[in-house]
Design a protein. Structure first.
Length: 361
């Protein structure tokens, strides 16, 4: 293929024969056609290679590369280095995309040159493809996404499109990351420009027992926590311990180990709010969106910790922090936020005791 494509799509492949054909066919059927697909195979022992090779023979836009025993993060970086497109899109081999996905994202990215990453909503299905739920990411604006990514993640990789030049400038995927290579990259990529989420379903994410997120060794979770620690340092210029980073990690339900770690997390949230409020949230709407993101994070923070024996020693501090940051007249006041109706899934996951504390005490 001699002509340079606009988009390079990454498909990481490993023993994916059951789902791979649907994944690749969803790219073949895209309404936007100016793309290449890099099918990176990390040594599959099933028929995945045969499926990829058949697609490459059918359509020259599909390129098959075999990399046996290659770590996923290293394979992703190799694919970035081999990409020719202006944009890099991600699609995991057990997921698939809707026909207009690439067209919608390219149109948006072309119209917003300040944006270096664009994700979207996605549907979740089970192993047989039966729909479970839609995952609307209510954090759609840069300030909201930036807050979430400072303390973990809010994006699904199979909806992500990035500017290749920005990814390369940020250093790409780090080959030594065992798990969570996407979160680690986002933390560095945030320095290169704005992030956004299209409020449209772009892809379908499959949940099954053999997916990497469900089979990775428990000790690999340390990579996620280290990525959060790094993101806090990069976004806020604050050094913090792994224990505090883990306490604030927004994709973990594990409580803080000690009340001292919980308190340090509260203080870091206060500092982060002050930083983003003065440095990033210049407009009234941005400050309201920031306030909502902080409020939901604080609710989650309480939910993770309210059952620990020492909670009664810190609940007043949590309450004071939440009221101070999330009931600001003229900026953000959770009690007047009608938009919280659209965040019902977050509220329902939170103890009603938190709402009682805020309203009554």
């Amino acid at each position: 293929m001699s002509r340079t494509p606009r988009v390079s799509v990454q498909v990481m492949v490993y023993n994916s024969e059951r789902y791979l054909a649907k994944c690749l066919r969803s790219l073949y059927d895209q309404t936007f056609t100016d793309f290449e697909v890099l099918m990176w195979d990390a040594g599959s022992t099933d028929h995945s290679a045969r499926i990829c090779q058949a697609m490459a023979k059918e359509d020259s836009r599909f390129i098959y590369v075999s990399r046996p025993s290659c770590r996923v993060s290293a394979a992703r970086q190799e694919a970035v280095e081999q990409s020719r497109g202006e944009y890099v899109a991600i699609l995991d081999s057990d997921d698939w995309s809707y026909p207009d996905r690439l067209a919608l994202q390219v149109r948006w990215m072309d119209a917003h040159p300040e944006m270096v990453l664009l994700a979207g909503y996605y549907r979740v299905v089970n192993q047989q493809g039966f729909p479970l739920r839609i995952k609307p990411i209510h954090f759609t604006e840069d300030i909201e996404v930036r807050w979430r990514l400072t303390f973990g993640n809010s994006l699904t990789h199979s909806t992500v499109m990035m500017r290749r030049e920005a990814v390369q400038k940020a250093g790409g995927y780090h080959a030594d990351i065992r798990a969570g290579e996407d979160i680690e990259l986002y933390g560095r990529l945030l320095k290169e420009g704005q992030f956004g989420v299209l409020p449209m379903k772009l892809s379908v994410s499959r949940v099954h027992r053999t997916s990497l997120s469900r089979t990775e060794p428990r000790e690999w979770e340390k990579d996620f926590i280290s990525s959060v620690q790094q993101s806090i340092r990069l976004q806020l210029g604050i050094e913090t311990s792994l224990a505090v980073a883990e306490a604030l990690y927004n994709q973990s339900f594990r409580p803080a180990d000690r009340p001292e770690d919980f308190r340090a997390g509260l203080e870091l949230i206060r500092k982060a709010h002050a930083f983003y409020r003065t440095q990033r949230a210049k407009l009234p709407l941005e400050r309201k969106l920031l306030g909502r993101a902080v409020f939901l994070h604080l609710l989650q923070y309480m939910t993770k910790n309210e059952q620990v024996p020492w909670w009664h020693d810190v609940d007043c501090e949590w309450l004071a922090t939440t009221r101070a940051l999330c009931a600001v007249p003229g900026e953000y006041d959770w009690r007047r936020d009608k938009g919280l109706l659209f965040q019902a899934k977050h509220i329902l996951k939170t103890s009603w005791r938190a709402i009682w504390l805020l309203c009554v005490r």
